[in-house]
Write a protein that binds this ligand. Structure first.
Ligand code: ZN
Length: 165
């Protein structure tokens, strides 16, 4: 996946590195809204990226703390894809994007921020958002706060999961 410029990524790069894994910590905590955990499946979960490339940028993450996709068993890989689909549908409902970037950065050399715990990125794209590629020095204003985005996506996911009446 092409790496995209977002000034708030700098905050991430500058943030002090904590020990431990933010994914494992988020799973173990029960503060889902605070941690931006959108959905918990059987073997994997969805979490909103706090340092997004674009509004609505979320991640599909297995509960298993392993560095690469080859380390996962078939049921977990299957659920990653099913949750990926669920997140696409929720993003379409909640945010009406025109497209998506989906991808994984495996290993430090590939730009993985959290290289020990594999995850898939889902980044919604809108026609005309290409100006979010390099404009050095321009601070982009994110149109919604994390929690507004969280609440919208959470509602869309819950709506989707409701059994047909
Ligand atoms: Zn982990």
């Amino acid at each position: 996946m092409k790496r995209l410029w977002s000034p708030w990524r700098l905050e991430y790069l500058k943030a002090p590195k904590k020990d431990g894994c933010i994914f494992c910590e988020a799973v173990q905590s029960n503060q889902d809204r605070e941690n931006l955990v959108l959905w918990r499946g059987e073997r994997a979960f969805l979490i909103l990226n706090r340092f997004p490339y674009n509004n609505g940028h979320l991640m599909v993450v297995p509960y298993t703390h392993v560095p690469s996709l080859e380390d996962l068993d078939t049921p977990t890989l299957t659920e990653l894809m099913l949750l990926l689909n669920r997140s696409l549908a929720a993003l379409r409902t909640a945010m009406q994007p025109d497209g998506f970037n989906i991808g994984a950065n495996l290993g430090h050399a590939a730009g993985a921020g959290i290289e020990d715990h594999v995850h898939l990125h889902v980044v919604p794209r809108w026609s005309g958002d290409t100006n979010f590629m390099p404009i050095v020095g321009d601070v982009r204003v994110i149109p919604q706060t994390w929690l507004q985005t969280y609440d919208q996506l959470k509602a869309a996911l819950e709506e989707q999961a409701r059994p047909e009446a």
